[in-house]
Unconditional design. Structure first.
Length: 328
């Protein structure tokens, strides 16, 4: 029989993503609904080490469902990677009578949570918050949908200028290891080519494809490039190679950068965060631990943290085909 949970701590860790605030709100209010105490921990694991935390009630999380970023702040905390750091963190967990933790973050944060749980037997549950959508055990992570909308909006604007000047734009988007963002935003924005880490297209094939487009009457084009694409060294190198070999187009590069992480969460991300937050607290109350909340076939589910970390979601091969067909 799991021991009764009376007080839950919640933190946001690693890279921030839109929807984290909505998830914290859901956790805090579900605690209030079930008459549990809740502590908001600032700056991820750093706040546990520094004892930087505060009691939260239903009103503490007003007016945040619509805000990007995380009002609890996030941090990359090196100390938590050491046994001494985690010991200090656990001392503060005990001092504050916290019985369980909700960790909102990515695979790094979940790795820390798993180690912490193993060392001190504290129940932990993860909520996936990352724009990259590169976590196993869930179809969607918080912030992914918002980032896709932000990127397609931006590419729509780039398209206006591209078509006015016969320009070929290379647009770099986030995704060092995973091409989900590039592939989906690329299809959504009607990109000519989409370069992702999972597939090395090669500069020659890219050039051939762009030449074919030019012959078929395209006067401007957009190529979406994930940061981690292996076709060239980086987006500037790819662009300069193409520029030298395709004199018809004026080539331009646009790097989306950190704007992709920000902005008000979409309705999809707010609803997802709300559902995941409620489920996280109620799962802890049912004695679950060392698991992550996910969404699969529109059902909120649980999977072991280990699977979430190791089971990176696969790229959608069918969507690659869709993109190939539609960019004719
Ligand atoms: P994300 O959660 O977005 O993947 P990070 O990889 O930066 O982001 O991880 C967030 C934090 O999780 C780190 O700053 C660190 O405090 C903690 N963490 C990550 N990996 C480990 C680890 N192997 N051991 C302990 N803590 C870790």
């Amino acid at each position: 029989m799991p021991s009764k949970i009376n007080k839950i701590g919640v933190l946001t860790s690693g890279g921030d993503s839109p929807g984290m605030n909505a998830a914290v709100r859901a956790v805090v209010r579900t605690c209030a609904y079930h008459k549990l105490e809740c502590m908001g921990i600032y700056q991820g694991y750093q706040g546990l080490i520094d004892n930087n935390l505060t009691p939260m009630n239903a009103r503490s999380v007003k007016d945040i469902i619509n805000k990007g970023g995380t009002f609890l702040k996030s941090a990359r905390c090196l100390e938590f990677r050491t046994p001494e750091g985690r010991k200090s963190a656990f001392e503060n967990v005990k001092k504050n009578d916290i019985d369980a933790l909700v960790i909102i973050g990515g695979d790094g944060s979940f790795t820390g949570a798993m180690i912490f749980q193993k060392e001190f037997s504290i129940p932990v549950i993860g909520i996936p918050g990352t724009i990259d959508n590169d976590i196993g055990g869930t179809r969607f992570t918080l912030g992914y949908d918002t980032a896709l909308n932000t990127i397609t909006d931006a590419i729509d604007k780039i398209r206006d200028t591209a078509s006015s000047h016969n320009r070929l734009f290379f647009v770099e988007v986030m995704g060092r290891d995973a091409g989900h963002v590039a592939l989906n935003a690329g299809v959504g924005a009607g990109a000519e080519e989409i370069l992702i880490p999972e597939e090395d297209m090669g500069l020659e094939r890219l050039l051939e494809s762009l030449k074919r487009s030019e012959k078929s009457g395209k006067t401007s084009s957009i190529v979406v490039v994930a940061e981690g694409d292996k076709t060239g060294e980086n987006v500037f190198e790819i662009a300069s190679y193409v520029e030298q070999n395709l004199p018809y187009y004026e080539v331009r590069v646009s790097v989306m950068g950190h704007m992709q992480r920000g902005g008000a969460p979409t309705c999809f991300d707010r609803v997802l965060a709300s559902r995941m937050g409620v489920f996280a607290v109620e799962s802890l109350m049912r004695g679950k631990s060392n698991v992550m909340v996910g969404i699969n076939d529109d059902q909120i589910t649980l999977c072991p943290l280990e699977k979430a970390i190791k089971g990176k979601s696969k790229i959608d091969e069918d969507l690659i085909r869709v993109s190939d067909i539609l960019s004719i």
